[in-house]
Design a protein around this ligand. Structure first.
Ligand SMILES: Cc1cc2nc3c(=O)[nH]c(=O)nc-3n(C[C@H](O)[C@H](O)[C@H](O)COP(=O)(O)OP(=O)(O)OC[C@H]3O[C@@H](n4cnc5c(N)ncnc54)[C@H](O)[C@@H]3O)c2cc1C
Length: 464
């Protein structure tokens, strides 16, 4: 009998097929190449097998099988991991795509999302009752990975991070037990789940608090030539501390889209983009964003009101599966003027579609104590990230190098922590940078308790 890989025979796989509710896919099956794809095409990996469980029991069976055969286990929700953590060369992928679906209890204002649900499902199910959970901005991202890392998005200043609205999870542990974690049940584990969750098990269901909201979201964009970066930043910076919580604000430095009507006006040179979204009353928007007008004259200015669901999927196609991407993030309270100059110069040599962005934190997410969850960095004034996207594999090193050098420019401005979901490199050094020393110690103790053999190691790993 030939082995599929060392020690794993067709008999073993056939036995798994008999045991398991769900699909088992090996390289010999049609559909393998499609099944092994993840969002970021850089991670072109070939797992020994993929299992698609339909519930907690079959997920537990898959974990046991992976352990018995000493296979590296990857868990996949929406497949968007920046670091390629939801696939493996030669390992076992537990793909939760047969566990999509969200239900809402409108009376109690609670949503229950299955472990493989996508953000778009949660948005649609909640908005059907005039409710919302603050989540990310692209509909095809997984609820799983986004929530277990924290969950940032358009409503974070108004309603907090996604984890600030998480009531409980059901998860299958490394030992195959099905447990529930919440503020009352396994509270220490629930602390770790909220920010370092990919380390502790396969989450089969998430329960969220919802808020009355919608249907409209108000949004606007101001574009400036980057020669005005200091004046634009000064106006933005002084507004950041006093802006109402209904306002989400982002300052970014990038290249103009050649199709944009202001392209000529900026001579194809780097631009500064200030974008806002306003989740309050439409009648208050122009009054609330007026302080942005104290900066330089923009070359372009737009303000729209649109259904929240439309805003939440507006960039789904632009961010479609199959692109190559690299991202690195951090937090800062201030930026030195020379850092802004250096970023503008650096952007001038970037691949199209690359940018550096600073997002204003605070508001509801800032009112939660930093040590209330494993997520680190919520006390900082700004979350920052550099990212690049491209299609040609020959540009992989160019894209990565640009992002690394952008983040090196602002390294002196960085404060403790990084957002786990926007770090493409992994290793012990990265985990330490993400969580900081104190939280790493607390997380390691949890890891020793719940996953001492480090079965769940394809993540920003906490060593047991
Ligand atoms: C196009 C795009 C847009 C994004 N927008 C945002 C945004 O607006 N806000 C934001 O905060 N982040 C955003 N992100 C980052 C995103 O949160 C992370 O990439 C996140 O890890 C994606 O989750 P996923 O389930 O799709 O990914 P996966 O690759 O499936 O999983 C990521 C990690 O989580 C683990 N995991 C996933 N599901 C489970 C589960 N049910 N149980 C246990 N472990 C699980 C995986 O093992 C892996 O380690 C975006 C990413 C992309 C590519």
């Amino acid at each position: 009998m030939t082995d599929l890989i060392a020690g794993l025979t067709r008999d073993h796989v056939n036995r798994l097929r008999e045991l398991l509710a769900g699909e088992v896919i090996t390289p010999e099956n049609d559909g393998y190449d499609d099944a092994r794809r993840v969002w970021n095409a850089v991670y072109d990996r070939r797992p020994a097998l993929l299992v698609r469980p339909t519930g907690a029991e079959s997920a537990a069976t898959a974990i046991r099988f992976g352990r018995e055969h000493d296979l590296e286990i990857a868990v996949r929700g929406g497949g968007h991991s920046a670091a390629g953590h939801s696939t493996s060369d030669g390992g076992l992928v537990i793909d939760l795509s047969r566990m999509r679906g969200v239900t809402v209890d409108p009376e109690r204002r609670i949503a229950r999302a299955n472990g493989g649900a996508l953000l778009g499902e949660l948005d649609v199910a909640a908005q059907a009752h005039g409710l919302v959970c603050p989540i990310g901005v692209i509909g095809h991202t997984g609820v799983g990975g986004l929530t277990l890392g924290g969950g940032m998005g358009r409503l974070q200043r108004r309603f907090g991070l996604t984890i600030d609205n998480l009531r409980a999870v059901d998860l299958v542990t490394a030992g195959g037990r099905v447990i529930r974690a919440s503020a009352d049940e396994e509270p220490e584990l629930f602390w770790g789940i909220r920010g370092a969750g990919a380390n502790f098990g396969v989450v089969t269901s998430f329960e969220f608090d919802l808020h009355p909201f919608g249907p409209l979201l108000h949004r606007g964009v101001r574009i400036f030539t980057a020669t005005r970066v200091h004046e634009a930043w000064a106006a933005f910076r002084s507004f950041a501390d006093v802006a109402p919580e209904a306002l989400g604000l982002i300052f970014s430095i990038g290249l103009p889209d050649p199709g944009a009507e202001y392209f000529e006006a900026v001579g194809g040179q780097p631009i500064v983009v200030i974008s806002y979204n306003h989740s309050g009353d439409g009648a208050d928007v122009m009054r609330d964003v007026a302080p942005l007008g104290s900066g330089p004259e923009p070359v372009s200015s737009t303000d729209i009101s649109q259904p929240y669901l439309e805003a939440q999927t507006a960039n789904d196609l632009a961010m479609a599966w199959g692109q190559r991407s690299y991202i690195k993030g951090g937090y800062a309270d201030e930026f030195r003027p020379e850092a802004l100059d250096a970023l503008v110069e650096h952007v001038a040599g970037a691949l199209p579609g690359s940018s550096f962005a600073m997002t204003v934190q605070g508001g509801a997410m800032g009112r939660v104590a930093d040590d209330a969850t494993a997520f680190t960095g919520r006390d900082a004034r700004f979350e920052m990230s550099a990212d690049a996207g491209w299609e040609d594999p020959a540009l992989d090193e160019v894209g990565r190098d640009w992002v690394r050098r952008a983040m090196a420019i602002v390294e002196p401005d960085a404060v403790t922590g990084r957002y786990v979901n926007e770090i493409a490199e992994s290793g012990q050094e990265e985990s330490r940078a993400i969580y900081g020393d104190a939280k790493i110690r607390r997380l390691s103790a949890l890891k020793r308790e719940w996953d001492p053999d480090n079965v769940f190691r394809l993540n920003h790993n906490i060593a047991p």
